[in-house]
Design a protein around this ligand. Structure first.
Ligand code: PMT
Length: 413
């Protein structure tokens, strides 16, 4: 699977002859598994019809800020939140100037202003427009705000001139877009993540389990990989594709999950327990299908091992991040679990009907011994990226403290 798989990309197309190349870009991004929402300015629609982009992206193209029908399906603020990244390609000199000044006079500029997703632009314009001091200073402004500038390239231009200002080719743009999602905060670290539910057999056809789609844990595996980590994902039964570059081990029960975790733990630097592990299992599962003649059925349950607590209690324990799924007293219960399990961090989520599980969105309250941080409602992928960044900070400061203590001990044997 590609890094761009399942990423939600807004491809914003402005008026320029290079707009025809953006049609090919949509095909490439879709081939990588990305969801692409095309947004066009009125000028862009003079070069390529919205219908072309609709056919290639599989989604109606958005062109107007005040389109009642489109807004009823997904409002522009919702669309801005939906995006994992926004790429303006081609980006005309006019749109570049509007973005630099923070204007919001059409759908495209409004989305860029209303989104916290990474923003990239692929400038395409005549060479003199590109080298004009006004464009240069707009560009400088955008760069100070971490807007990524893809290109432009050098060569023959549609206007008959030769020079800098050609939009990069779709293949180069797709590669650069992929690179946006990669960073190095966990470079070289080995991360083991548990995800999904565990299933505990009652008989050969029935089981008890917990609610969990695996989406949060899989998003964490993708985010940790994008942060440069070497990731092993130990998952209960789920219907999800393995993120790009992740090694996956499938298990069914809590006992199997514990065994798989422990087999990996000596080569793990960071352990993330996101799985919804069943707390109990049948003492003796039936070996043949139970008959349903009796009015009542007693199941003899025994406690499952607490995988996270066992990992945290190891003499050479890795850095540990647990989750707390709570229906009430989120903060109190999460902090109690942080202490009781002896872990480094805990991410607490409120769970219930369409909350925490059974949904693509979530919100987390993250606690560690000396601090806390709220991650408000967002897609599980965006939350995972933010959580991995928080974890990398805490992991880094713990590693520095351990290193300092070792140095002091070395000096005073
Ligand atoms: O999978 P999704 O549909 O995306 O939903 C995500 C989620 C709601 C399942 C996830 O965000 C979450 O909260 N996962 C932890 C669920 C859970 O079991 O929480 P808990 O509070 O019961 O357990 C506390 C911690 O101990 C967890 O890190 C859990 O993985 C771990 N644990 C619990 C029991 C056990 N026997 N072994 C464990 O390792």
């Amino acid at each position: 699977m590609d890094i761009l798989a399942n990423k939600r990309i807004i491809l914003a197309v402005t008026g320029g002859i290079a707009a025809y190349k953006s049609a090919e870009l949509v095909r490439r991004l879709r081939r990588c598994g990305a969801e692409v929402q095309v947004v066009m300015t009125q000028a862009a629609a003079e070069f390529v019809t919205p219908l072309t982009f609709q056919a290639l992206s599989g989604r109606p193209v958005r062109t107007e800020l005040f389109d009642t029908d489109a807004e009823a399906a997904m409002g522009h603020i919702e669309l801005a939140r939906w995006a994992d990244a926004i790429l303006v390609a081609p980006c005309s000199a006019n749109t570049l100037a509007k973005l630099a000044q923070g204007l919001a006079d059409d759908l495209l500029t409004t989305l860029c202003l209303a989104s916290d997703a990474p923003l990239a632009i692929a400038p395409a314009m005549n060479r003199l427009m590109w080298s004009n001091p006004a464009t240069r200073s707009n560009l400088d402004l955008l760069q100070t705000r971490d807007v990524q500038i893809f290109g432009p390239g050098d060569g023959d231009q549609a206007c008959g001139e030769t020079g800098e200002g050609r939009m990069l080719e779709p293949e180069e743009l797709a590669d650069k877009l992929e690179a946006i999602f990669k960073h190095h905060t966990l470079a070289g670290q080995r991360v083991t993540i548990t995800a999904g539910p565990t299933c505990e057999a009652i008989d050969p056809v029935r089981f008890i389990s917990n609610r969990s789609s695996g989406k949060m844990g899989f998003a964490l595996a993708a985010a940790a990989t994008e942060a440069g980590a070497d990731v092993t994902l130990i998952s209960g039964p789920v219907q999800l594709e393995t993120p790009a570059g992740v090694r996956r081990i499938d298990v069914i029960s809590a006992t199997e999950m514990l065994k798989a975790v422990m087999a990996n733990i000596t080569t793990t630097d960071i352990f993330i327990a996101c799985a919804a592990v069943a707390d109990y299992r049948l003492q003796t599962p039936a070996t043949s299908k139970l008959k349903k003649n009796a009015e009542e059925l007693q199941l003899g349950l025994i406690k499952n091992p607490d995988i996270l607590a066992e990992v945290a209690a190891l003499p050479e324990a890795p850095f540990t991040l647990g989750f707390a799924a709570e229906t009430e007293d989120l903060k109190k219960n999460a902090q109690a679990k942080l202490r009781a399990k002896g872990i480094d961090m805990i991410a607490a989520n409120q769970v219930g009907h369409k909350q925490g599980f059974d949904t693509d969105h979530n919100a987390l309250e993250v606690f560690w011994q000396s601090g806390q941080h709220s991650l408000p409602q967002a897609s599980k992928y965006k939350l995972a990226r933010a959580l991995i960044k928080l974890l990398a900070d805490q992991y880094d400061s713990k590693s520095k403290t351990v290193h300092k203590t070792e140095n002091i001990n070395d000096q005073n044997p």
